[in-house]
Design a protein around this ligand. Structure first.
Ligand code: NAD
Length: 454
C-alpha cells in the first residue's frame, strides 16, 4: 500500500493523501473493464449517446466545483480551470453525436455485397500528464467511450483530483460500472501495466517524449495500438509586415499561459530583424503587465509552477550568464512562483532555445527573410504547434504549409478546438486527437464480404 500526498503549488501545504494502486489492483480493474466491454459495446447507439450527453450535462453543472479542485491541486488560474472543465463537457457533447453515426461503407464488388464496420477495440488505457489534467483526459475518454470501448485512466501522480471526480460523475450520470475507471498510481506501476497487460488494446499517452518512446517500445511487443501526444518547442514567427502591436500583446499569453507548462507553448519567438527593436519594446511592456498572482483571483493570468521539482528543472535552464533580456513579476512568499522570463540568445545553439523547458521562459531570435524563418522554425526535433504573423496572406499560406507542425494559427495564437484535429509532427507525437477523425483511432475497420450467389 502506498500513498501520495498532494502538495498545493500555491501554499506548499499538503492538500490530500491519495492511494496509489499497485499491480494487483490495476489488474483487477483492467479485468473489470474487459468484462464491462462485452455489454457496453452492445448498448444501442441511441442509448450510448444519451448516457454520454447525461455525463456532459453533469460535468456542466459541476464546472465550478471541478475548476476549484484544479486550482487547489494544480494551481491553474480559475479562468483557465473553468475553460478546462467546460472543455470536458464540450468534448463529451461532441462525441455523444458519434454512436449513431459510426457507420462503415458499402463497396461495390462482384457476386455479393461488401461492407465495412467500425468495431471498438476493447479496453483503452489512457495515461495523462499533470499539465492539463481535465482536457487531456477528456480528449481520450470522450471518443473512446463513444466508439463503444471501455476505459482505464491513469492521472499523473501530482494531479489526480479532477480525474477522480470525473469518474464519480460518470457513474452518477449512468455510465455503467466498469466502463470508465480512474486508477491513480505511478507511471512505472499502473502506466506500465497498461502497456504490458494483454487486455488493454490501445494506449493513449500524453507526456514527455522520453517516456513516450519507452511506451512505444513496450507497445511493440503486442503490436498494441498507440496514440502519442508528446513535447513541443513551438515557434511564434512574426514578419515585419505583421500587426506588431497585436503580435506583441498576444505573445506573453502564447507562452506563459499555464506558467509555460503547455505542450503548445510558443517558446521560441522568431522576429524579422527589421522589426526586432519595435517588437521587443512592446513585448517588454506586455510581459511586465502579465498578471502572475494568486490563481484563485479572476484577474490572474498565470499561477505558480506545479511542484518544487519543476521549479528546480526550469531554474536549471537559467545558469549564471544566461542572456536574460527582461523578466515579469512574481509574488513573494510561499508557492512555486517563477517570473516570466525573456531570453535573447546569440544563436540557436542555446540549450534554453532548443529544449522544451515547460516553464515560463521564452527565447527571442531574429531572422532575415521568409526562407530563413522557415529554416529556423523547422530546426527542431519537435513539431506540435506554432503561430505565423503577417499581413501578406500569400506568405502566410506559404509559411503555414512549410512549417513542420500539426497545429498552426495565422495572426492568432489559438490552435486548440475540440472539433478540429490536434497532434504533432516529428517527435511531438503520433496520431491525432479531437475533431471528426479521432474516432478512427478508437476503432478497427472490419471488412466483410457476403456472397449473394446462393
Ligand atoms: P511524463 O512523461 O513524466 O508523465 C506523463 C504520464 O506518464 C504520467 O501520468 C506518468 O505517471 C506516466 N508515466 C511515467 N513513466 C511511465 C512509464 N514508464 N510507463 C507508463 N506511464 C508512465 O510527463 P509529464 O511531466 O507529466 O508532462 C509533461 C510533458 O507532457 C511535456 O513534455 C509536455 O510537452 C507533454 N505534453 C504533451 C501534450 C501534447 O498534446 N502533445 C500535452 C500536454 C503535455
Amino acid at each position: 500500500m502506498s500513498n501520495y500526498t498532494i502538495i498545493s503549488p500555491v501554499t506548499e501545504k499538503p492538500v490530500q493523501d491519495i492511494h496509489l494502486a499497485d499491480v494487483t489492483e490495476t489488474d483487477a480493474i483492467i479485468l473489470k473493464a474487459a468484462h464491462a466491454f462485452e455489454s457496453w459495446r452492445k448498448v444501442n447507439p441511441g442509448d450510448r449517446a444519451r448516457i454520454l450527453r447525461a455525463f456532459a450535462s453533469l460535468v456542466d453543472s459541476h464546472i465550478e466545483e471541478l475548476a476549484q479542485l484544479e486550482v487547489l491541486n494544480s494551481g491553474h488560474t480559475i479562468g483557465n480551470a473553468r475553460w478546462e472543465a467546460g472543455n470536458v463537457r464540450d468534448v463529451l457533447n461532441y462525441y455523444s453525436a458519434a454512436p449513431e453515426r459510426l457507420f462503415g461503407r458499402q463497396i461495390p464488388v462482384p457476386n455479393g455485397i461488401d461492407i465495412t464496420f467500425k468495431e471498438p477495440l476493447g479496453v483503452i488505457g489512457i495515461i495523462v500528464p499533470w499539465n492539463f489534467p481535465m482536457p487531456i483526459a477528456g480528449w481520450g475518454f470522450g471518443p473512446a467511450l463513444a466508439a463503444g470501448n471501455t476505459v482505464v485512466l491513469k492521472p499523473a501522480e501530482l494531479t489526480p483530483l479532477t480525474a477522480i471526480r470525473l469518474g464519480e460523475l460518470a457513474l452518477q450520470a449512468g455510465i455503467p460500472e466498469g466502463v470508465f475507471n480512474v486508477i491513480p498510481g505511478k507511471g512505472s506501476v499502473v502506466g506500465d501495466r497498461f502497456v504490458t497487460h494483454p487486455l488493454v488494446r490501445k494506449i493513449v499517452f500524453t507526456g514527455s517524449t522520453g517516456v513516450g518512446k519507452q511506451i512505444m517500445r513496450g507497445c511493440a511487443d503486442q503490436v498494441k495500438r498507440l496514440t502519442l501526444e508528446l513535447g513541443g518547442k513551438s515557434a511564434n514567427i512574426i514578419f515585419a509586415d505583421a500587426d506588431i502591436e497585436k503580435a506583441a500583446a498576444g505573445a506573453p499569453g502564447a507562452v506563459f499561459d499555464n506558467a509555460g507548462q503547455d505542450c503548445c507553448a510558443r517558446s521560441r519567438i522568431l522576429i524579422q530583424r527589421s522589426a526586432y527593436d519595435k517588437f521587443m519594446e512592446l513585448f517588454e511592456v506586455a510581459v511586465k503587465k502579465f498578471r502572475v498572482e494568486d490563481p484563485s483571483l479572476d484577474t490572474a493570468e498565470m499561477g505558480p509552477l506545479i511542484s518544487s521539482t519543476q521549479y528546480a528543472r526550469v531554474s536549471e535552464f537559467l545558469p549564471e550568464g544566461t542572456p536574460i533580456a527582461f523578466q515579469g513579476s512574481k509574488p513573494t512568499g510561499p508557492g512555486y512562483w517563477f517570473a516570466p522570463t525573456v531570453l535573447a540568445p546569440k544563436d540557436s545553439k542555446d540549450r534554453a532555445y532548443r529544449e522544451e523547458i515547460f516553464g515560463p521562459v521564452v527565447s527571442v531570435l531574429p531572422f532575415e527573410d521568409e526562407a530563413d524563418a522557415i529554416r529556423i522554425a523547422n530546426d527542431s526535433e519537435y513539431g506540435l504547434s506554432g503561430s505565423i504573423w503577417s499581413r501578406d496572406l500569400a506568405r502566410a499560406v506559404r509559411v503555414s504549409r512549410a512549417v513542420e507542425a500539426g497545429n498552426l494559427s495565422v495572426n492568432s495564437n489559438s490552435s486548440v478546438r475540440y472539433w478540429t484535429p490536434f497532434g504533432g509532427y516529428k517527435q511531438s507525437g503520433l496520431g491525432r486527437e479531437l475533431g471528426p477523425d479521432a474516432l478512427d483511432a478508437f476503432t478497427e475497420t472490419k471488412n466483410v464480404f457476403f456472397d449473394t450467389q446462393g
